[in-house]
Design a binder for this molecule. Structure first.
Ligand code: ADP
Length: 258
């Protein structure tokens, strides 16, 4: 619990810092990119053109990082809606496929009678994309990615303690990549923790996934072993029909009104 508290304090501090400077920084980068574009368009020297292109790419990477930081720092209210997961996953499956590097085989299995979840649909989709992209990066061009979605009844032995007494939906994202040692595994949801090469990773992806799961009143389990792949399991509370009689109060069910 102490670690979780520290983590959330760290997040808050990052949020304040970032929203303070990111806007200005974005404007500065915009001016740099604009200036370099003008240089590119108005000179005949191929060497200068090359240098301008290099500068432009670097500035664009910077702008992408700032965008990600801003998205991360924005403390927008979560707009929870009833989401049909089969539909949401269908919508992003092309994006997932597109993002796969090399020869990664993707399999998606959704139970037929999936319960709806209560979650912010945009955040849900970007969380899944994050997990899929991480898996693809880890497998570095070859392997299997399996996404499976199923109902997990409140009576199920698999239900995490955090969801005690609530029906949930389980989303599993599993790869057969290199896996992680326990030191890495312990740190992966920390903001800015990354093992990726400079410029490739921000270390914010899983911190965002973790926050989304918590804000949705859900839970996340991560299993990984070196040489044996990695499995993320996200449990989200089932959305209860407003009209249906249910012994569990709606506010408890969603975790948003607490
Ligand atoms: P980033 O992708 O920018 O590095 P993340 O927070 O998304 O940031 O991930 C943090 C780290 O967790 C990664 O750098 C990687 O070391 C590890 N990781 C995440 N997913 C996997 C996976 N499926 N297999 C192996 N390592 C992973």
């Amino acid at each position: 619990v102490q670690a979780a508290q520290l983590q959330s304090q760290k997040l808050e501090a990052v949020g304040q810092l970032v929203s303070g400077i990111a806007h200005d920084f974005n404007n500065i980068l915009g001016a740099v990119i604009g200036g370099l574009t003008i240089i590119q368009n108005r000179n005949d020297d191929p060497r200068i053109e090359q240098i301008a292109t290099m500068g432009q790419r670097a500035a664009e990477r910077g702008a992408a990082l700032v965008r990600q930081l801003l998205a991360f720092a924005r403390q927008e209210d979560v707009v929870a809606q009833r989401v049909d997961l089969a539909g949401a996953i269908g919508e992003i499956s092309d994006l997932v496929r597109h993002g796969m590097r090399g020869n990664v085989a993707l399999a998606i299995d959704c139970d037929d009678d999936l319960w709806p979840v209560l979650a912010d649909p945009t955040q849900l989709q970007s969380a899944l994309l994050n997990l899929a992209n991480n898996a693809s990066d880890a497998m570095n061009g070859g392997g299997h990615l399996h996404i499976a979605v199923s109902n997990c009844a409140r009576t199920s032995a698999d239900l995490p303690l955090e969801l005690d007494g609530q029906d949930a939906i389980r989303i599993v994202v599993a790869d057969d990549g290199p896996g992680m040692d326990s030191d890495t595994l312990q740190r992966i949801t920390e903001p800015f923790f990354t093992t990726k090469a400079r410029g490739k990773g921000t270390g914010l992806g899983l911190a965002m996934v973790q926050r989304f799961v918590e804000q949705s009143g859900g839970a996340m389990r991560i299993e990984s072993r070196p040489g044996h792949g990695t499995t993320f399991s996200i449990f989200l509370p089932r959305a209860v029909d407003p009209g249906a009689s249910d012994p569990v109060p709606r506010s408890d069910e969603t975790g948003f009104n607490a």
